[in-house]
Write a protein that binds this ligand. Structure first.
Ligand code: KIV
Length: 271
């Protein structure tokens, strides 16, 4: 029998219930109205307005350059499309690190100006004060551990994190702390599957993985990657459901040809 329940609006509470009854949580990124509308209509549980918009939408090499104003712009476009999904917005680099008052201020701006439902922050014990202060304003917080792309210049590479025992132990500690601080869920990015499973079993909040195996409570992918719109990026964890890079390219080529050949517009396509 399916554990899937008809849900009108996904809330943080609904996600916790899903974990309890073993229903996996589906999450995808969106940064604009049209894509968010399609994803929400398909029945996704969570939409992440990720700072991956910095790469996917703006063409930056890292997530660092995107600003709070730009995240708010993306988030409000997404929010206008949503009927069902919970919308979580990344606090961008520089909007929370080392200053809990600024973290609260940035989160309030996101919630007030976009209408989003929750924020996500990268990091563990080092962002305790920020998480606690954001929560005092009643704003739900999602954590993010493992590969945290805002710290890419500290790591130096995008390879799998926490393969060594000491880093794995610190990650488990941080996951437990994030639960204690009051996060409603946690993203684990690019860590060994066995470690991710262990984390998901050691805490009661939902754990959503990307490149963290199937033993966690849900999965997230960057939508443009799973649709095959991006084609340079091919990590092992990525399942491509379409090859839109090729099919969109073919559609554009056909359009160009039709215009050049004076085939478009035809008699029926004009007034
Ligand atoms: O910004 C993003 O898209 C993310 C996901 C990869 C989890 O943080």
């Amino acid at each position: 029998m399916s554990v899937h329940k008809e849900i009108k609006k996904v809330t943080t509470h609904v996600l916790q219930e899903m974990k309890q009854r073993g229903e996996k949580i589906s999450m995808l990124t969106a940064y604009d109205y049209t894509m968010a509308k399609i994803i929400d209509s398909a029945g996704i549980d969570v939409i992440l307005v990720g700072d991956s918009a910095s790469n996917v939408m703006a063409g930056h090499e890292t997530t660092l350059p995107i600003t709070l104003d730009q995240m708010i712009y993306h988030a409000s476009s997404v929010i206008r499309a949503i009927d069902r999904a919970l919308v979580v917005v990344d606090l961008p680099f520089g909007a929370y690190q080392g200053n809990s008052k600024e973290a609260l201020y940035s989160s309030i701006r996101i919630m007030k100006e976009s209408g989003a439902h929750a924020v996500k922050l990268e990091g563990g014990h080092e962002i305790k004060e920020s998480i606690e202060r954001i929560l005092t304003a009643g704003i739900p917080v999602m954590g993010h551990l493992g590969l945290t792309p805002q710290s890419i210049y500290k790591f130096g590479t995008y390879t799998v994190r926490a393969k060594e025992q000491d880093e794995a132990e610190r990650l488990i500690e941080d996951a437990k702390l994030l639960e204690q601080f009051g996060c409603f869920a946690l993203v684990l990015e690019k860590i060994p599957a066995a470690l991710a499973t262990k984390v998901a079993q050691s805490i009661s909040i939902p754990v959503i993985g990307i490149g963290a195996g199937g033993g966690v409570d849900g999965q997230v992918l960057v939508t443009h990657d799973m649709l095959g719109m991006t084609h340079e990026f091919s990590p092992r964890f990525l399942r491509r459901y379409l090859n839109l890079y090729e099919s969109m390219g073919n559609a554009f080529k056909q359009y160009i040809k039709d215009v050049k050949d004076k085939d478009f517009p035809n008699e029926k396509e004009q007034y």
